[in-house]
Design a protein around this ligand. Structure first.
Ligand code: BEZ
Ligand code: FE
Length: 292
């Protein structure tokens, strides 16, 4: 029997020694997952050859990341987001037919109990920023419009904050709402032109981004969770392609198919109909849901 098979540690066989110790695990999936993680982690350590100080620094970084977490701040998810892992897990779990709309990250600012509102409602309760109307059709992969689709939408206000980040400063449910498509699969609502904003960057993840020469900004976007009986629920955004951060989203959420057209409309009669200032912004964006 070789030394590592007895369980004695060697640099060369380090991963096998540790993985072998888990042989009695009852949960096969856990055993498999831990084997992969241990193997890759040992590979990384062998390639990096950290000093003891560097390894302690890494552990202290993870410690601070955990210490930053509260009921409303999840620094580990932010770490996963900024390393592209959230988007990778999302991609693996939402492989869709080519015709279907693509998904992207949920983000930490979703609120479950936003009010259900009639189509056309203006969800911008603080009335700051540039007026914007958003409309489109939700279809199945054969192109048929789907009635009664639920669209749960949320976005930041003109200062780049979600209502839940500024409780007491912004009206509750500012720039949030749930809409349902009409009989022809159409949806529409009024809001405000979104702006780029930083992900929460006052913690260890923000410090890491700065050390890596990265900014913390997400390009302007609107969030959607779109659901209907018989279809896969779609969690996605639409993005402003003219945003300065469109090619460098801090959390890698941008996909080409999610770029919308933000059109500046100069039409005082329409502005008046919409109870908007003139000029205003218009976005038309259709979604396609994959069957369950
Ligand atoms: C967001 O778009 O709300 C978001 C996504 C990931 C991290 C932080 C914010
Ligand atoms: Fe967002």
């Amino acid at each position: 029997m070789e030394d590592h098979e007895k369980g004695y540690f060697t640099e060369k066989d380090s991963a096998d020694v540790v993985i072998g110790r888990n042989k009695n695990a009852k949960d096969e999936r856990l055993k498999e997952v831990m084997a992969v993680i241990i193997r890759k982690l040992h590979e990384a350590v062998k390639e990096i050859e950290p000093t003891q100080k560097e390894w302690l620094d890494a552990i202290m970084f993870l410690t601070r990341t955990g210490q930053m977490c509260t009921d409303w701040r999840q620094e580990f998810i932010l770490l996963s987001d900024t390393l592209g892992v959230s988007m990778l897990v999302d991609a693996i779990n939402h492989r869709k037919p080519d015709a279907a709309s693509e998904s992207t990250v949920l983000g930490p600012f979703y609120v479950e109990d936003a009010p259900e509102l009639p189509l056309g409602t203006n969800i911008c309760l603080d009335r700051k920023g540039q007026d914007m109307v958003i409309s489109g059709v939700v279809r199945d992969t054969s192109g048929r419009p789907i009635p009664n689709v639920k669209l749960d939408v949320w976005q930041t206000n003109d200062d780049g904050f979600y209502d839940v980040q500024q409780k007491g400063l912004q009206p509750d449910f500012n720039l949030r709402g749930v809409f349902r498509t009409d009989n022809t699969g159409n949806y529409w609502f009024r809001a405000v032109k979104p702006r780029f904003y930083p992900i929460p960057d006052d913690g260890p993840v923000g410090q890491l981004l700065a050390k890596l020469g990265r900014h913390p900004y997400r390009p302007a976007h609107l969030h959607f969770i779109i659901s209907a009986d018989g279809f896969e629920t779609l969690t996605t955004h639409i993005f402003d392609p003219d945003d300065p951060y469109i090619d460098s989203d801090a959390v890698f959420g941008v996909k080409k198919s999610l770029l919308a057209k933000f059109v500046r409309v100069d039409d005082s009669a329409r502005a008046q109909q919409l109870d908007f200032d003139n000029p205003f912004w218009e976005v038309k964006f259709d979604f396609v849901l994959a069957p369950k």
